[in-house]
Each structure stands twice: as structure tokens, then as C-alpha cells.
Design a protein around this ligand. Structure first.
Ligand code: NAD
Ligand code: 44H
Length: 380
């Protein structure tokens, strides 16, 4: 049986990417540090993906197993040696940590296997696979880099499926929204995977996804958190917040239309479809999951700052994006490591200096001034 090695047996790993490989006739070897999940995968060898709908339709995912990357290094090398695909859904900040193990696996593989291997990072980050490739190459000698050149291919991708935190008493089953989109950038003819869409240029796809789904999601999460709401759909019961989401997505939309020549009506329909996805009450998606890791979300290339910077460059409005950035700065969730660090930075300094450090914005930039104005207003 063909195999796919997937790093990260979490929500997207089990609920989306691993499920598509399994449905396409692959055995999926999940690699994770969560021992309980790995043990259960090996014991049960299957799980269910359940749709967040009234009917709760379910699909059984079979031909799965697990490896712990901390205690089973050698087995992970063996799995990489024989795989057709190597994918990740582990969080962008974790990619550097798994790179040394992948590098060792690739070095061992190319000594005995001339077949092509396709590496795809499925993370909410622009050019995540390029970044992963860089981290892997930092761990390879020149000879191995040359040896893998025409055998290991790295493709960027965009992944879209809302998978909330799972409240299922340790079961492997995953609740997911019905909608999904996995877009992979390549001009190669690659082995078929159900549900994978191939495009020659990912730019418009990843930006459209990140600056609509994830920008909108972030606005709801931070305003919801600020207003004491538990979930995304509960937050959207507040019409003022829905208005704010539409206004912000109007700004990212104007940038996307300007940058990629998107059809205005189609883009508006895309926005409305996404707002409806957010309203799915069966997802029970916690605002703290969606707002997680605010330092990453405030990064220069991420869902809030990049569209604001691009809108400003293009002479477009960015005041609602500045408000979204301000609301992210107010995310003071004590359970979130990055939120704690962010609040500590703010308490020891000032907003312009924090934005300089975290988002790469000049302290006297027009965006920074606009963020400070909104921050002061929201804080009241
Ligand atoms: N959940 C969603 O709705 C969604 C949708 C699209 C994209 N994404 C992206 O997918 C990625 C994963 O998100 P998720 O929601 O599945 O997160 P998750 O926390 O459910 O899964 C991440 C998994 O990675 C594992 N992990 C952490 N550190 C590790 C390490 N050093 N080695 C091996 N495994 C490690 C964790 O144990 C966990 O099982 C993120 O980049 C996220 O932005 C998520
Ligand atoms: O995963 P993050 O932390 O980058 O973003 C949180 C959510 O916006 C995200 O997980 C969405 O649910 C997902 O991107 C939908 O495709």
C-alpha cells in the first residue's frame, strides 16, 4: 500500500489531511509527540470524522497508525524512506523543531530510494513549505542537498477546514465542518489525492484564504473574547460584531481585488459564504482556539498586519484592520503562552514599540498611529 507520513495527529491532521490520504488509498503514518493519541491510533487503527451538521454524518478513516517522534526516531526514518507524501499540520512555530528529524529521514531515504517524495506543509502561513524546506536544509550537508534535488519536491499549500477543539473524552474521532479546500502549488504531475486541488500559482489562493477566513475569524475571536463570549457562533449573534467583520473583510477584499484582479461580486459571495460557515452552531468553536498565539497572528506576514500594510501601500482603507490589530493586542488570555508574553511586553513598554518588535511596523507609521487610536478607544 502507498504511504503518507503526516506530522501532527491533531485536529487538521486527523480531521482533514490524514482523512483525505486514507480515502485515496494510502496508509497514513501519523507522527506526533502526544503519546495517548499515538497509542490509540495503533490500538484502534481507525477513527471517525464527523460532520458538524444536524445529521452528524460520519466517515470512517482506516489504514492509520502512529509514531512518537521523540521515542521512535528510527521508525520515523523508516516511514519517510517508503512514503509517497510527507505532510505536516503541526503549527508554523513547530516546523523548525521537526526539521532535524525529517532531514535525517530524507538523508537515509535518498541513499536507497530513487522514487519521488512530495513534501507539503499544511499550515496557516504563507510559504510554509518553503520555510520548512529552509529548516530541513539547515540540517543537511551539501552532498545530501544535491542528492535530494530531483527526488524530493516541496510544494506550498493552503488549507481550509474549520476543525474546533475536540470535546470527546480522549476518542480519536474528530468533529469537522462539512466544507474543505486544500490547494497545492505545483506544475508537476503528482499522484492523485482526493480533494487536493492543484494550481500553478498559490499566491491568490493563500492570500484570499488567510485574509478572508483567518482575518475574519481573528476579528470575531478577539472581539468575542473582549465581550465575554465563549464561541465564534455566539459572538456572531451580536450584529455590531458582524458589521465589524464585514467592514474588515471589505478592506482585505479591496486589497485582494486590487492585487489579484478578483471578480468583485464573486469575492463578496465568498465573504458571505465564510460568514455563514462561522455561524455553524454545531462547531462550538471556542474563541480562545481561534485567537490562539496572538504574537504569530500579529506577525508581519500574517492575517492582520500584512493586509493592513498592503492596503496602505495601495492607498486603500485600513482603519478596520487597525482596529482588529488593536483587539488582538487586548487578548489577555492567561491560558495562552503567547498572550501572556504579549501582555507582559505591553506592560513593560508601549504599543508602538511592541508593534515594531512583533509586527515590524515603524513606531511612527500611520498604521501604528491608527492602531493606538483604536487600542485606547477599545480599552475604555
Ligand atoms: N483547526 C483548524 O481549523 C485549522 C484549519 C486550517 C489550518 N489549520 C492549521 O493546521 C495546523 C495544525 O492546527 P490544528 O488545529 O490541527 O492544531 P492541533 O493542536 O489540533 O494539532 C497539532 C498537533 O501537533 C502536535 N505537535 C505539537 N508539537 C509537536 C512536535 N514537536 N512534534 C510532533 N507533534 C507535535 C500536537 O500534539 C497536536 O497533535 C496549524 O498550522 C493551523 O493553523 C488549522
Ligand atoms: O489555526 P490558526 O491559529 O492559524 O487560526 C485559527 C483559526 O482561524 C483557523 O484554525 C481556522 O479555523 C482555519 O484556518 C479554517 O480553515
Amino acid at each position: 500500500m502507498k504511504t503518507a507520513v503526516h506530522f501532527g495527529a491533531g485536529n487538521i491532521g486527523r480531521g482533514f489531511i490524514g482523512a483525505l490520504f486514507s480515502q485515496s488509498g494510502y496508509h497514513v503514518t501519523f507522527v506526533d509527540i502526544a503519546d495517548a493519541i499515538i497509542t490509540k491510533l495503533n490500538e484502534e487503527q481507525k477513527y471517525q470524522v464527523k460532520l458538524a451538521t444536524e445529521q452528524k454524518e460520519a466517515v470512517t478513516v482506516e489504514n492509520v497508525s502512529g509514531l512518537n517522534n521523540l521515542s521512535q526516531e528510527q521508525d520515523v526514518h523508516e516511514a519517510i524512506k517508503g512514503a509517497v507524501y510527507l505532510t505536516t499540520a503541526i503549527g508554523p512555530n513547530i516546523l523548525p523543531r521537526i526539521a532535524p528529524l525529517i532531514a535525517k529521514g530524507l538523508a537515509a531515504r535518498v541513499k536507497e530510494n530513487d522514487e519521488k517524495l512530495y513534501v507539503i506543509a499544511c499550515e496557516n502561513q504563507i510559504s510554509a513549505t518553503d520555510l520548512l524546506k529552509g529548516y530541513i536544509f539547515d540540517n543537511l550537508d551539501e552532498e545530501t542537498k544535491a542528492a535530494i534535488a530531483d527526488k524530493v519536491y516541496f510544494f506550498n499549500s493552503a488549507v481550509d477546514r474549520i476543525v474546533p477543539l475536540q470535546d470527546n473524552q480522549g476518542s480519536l474521532d474528530v468533529l469537522v465542518e462539512p466544507y474543505y479546500e486544500w490547494v497545492v502549488e505545483t506544475k508537476e504531475d503528482i499522484p492523485h489525492v482526493e480533494g487536493m486541488k492543484i494550481v500553478p500559482d498559490l499566491g491568490p489562493f493563500i492570500e484570499r484564504k488567510l485574509f478572508t477566513v483567518n482575518t475574519g475569524h481573528a476579528v470575531i475571536a478577539y472581539l468575542g473574547y473582549m465581550n465575554g463570549k465563549q464561541t465564534i457562533d455566539q459572538t456572531l449573534a451580536d450584529e455590531e460584531i458582524v458589521k465589524q467583520v464585514r467592514a474588515t473583510l471589505g478592506e482585505t477584499g479591496a486589497y485582494l481585488i486590487h492585487q489579484y484582479g478578483l471578480n468583485e461580486e464573486e469575492h463578496q459571495a465568498y465573504i458571505e459564504k465564510i460568514i455563514n460557515r462561522f455561524k455553524n452552531r454545531f462547531l462550538n468553536d471556542d474563541v480562545t482556539r481561534v485567537g490562539r498565539s496572538p504574537l504569530r497572528k500579529l506577525g508581519p506576514n500574517d492575517r492582520l498586519v500584512k493586509p493592513a500594510v498592503e492596503a496602505e501601500k495601495a492607498g486603500l482603507s485600513y482603519t478596520n484592520l487597525a482596529r482588529a490589530i488593536a483587539s488582538a493586542l487586548l487578548f489577555n488570555n492567561a491560558q495562552d503562552e503567547e498572550a501572556v508574553k504579549l501582555q507582559q511586553m505591553i506592560s513593560e513598554s508601549d504599543i508602538p514599540s511592541v508593534l515594531k518588535e512583533v509586527s515590524g511596523l515603524d513606531t511612527d507609521s500611520a498604521i501604528t498611529q491608527e492602531v493606538v487610536r483604536h487600542y485606547d478607544a477599545l480599552k475604555k
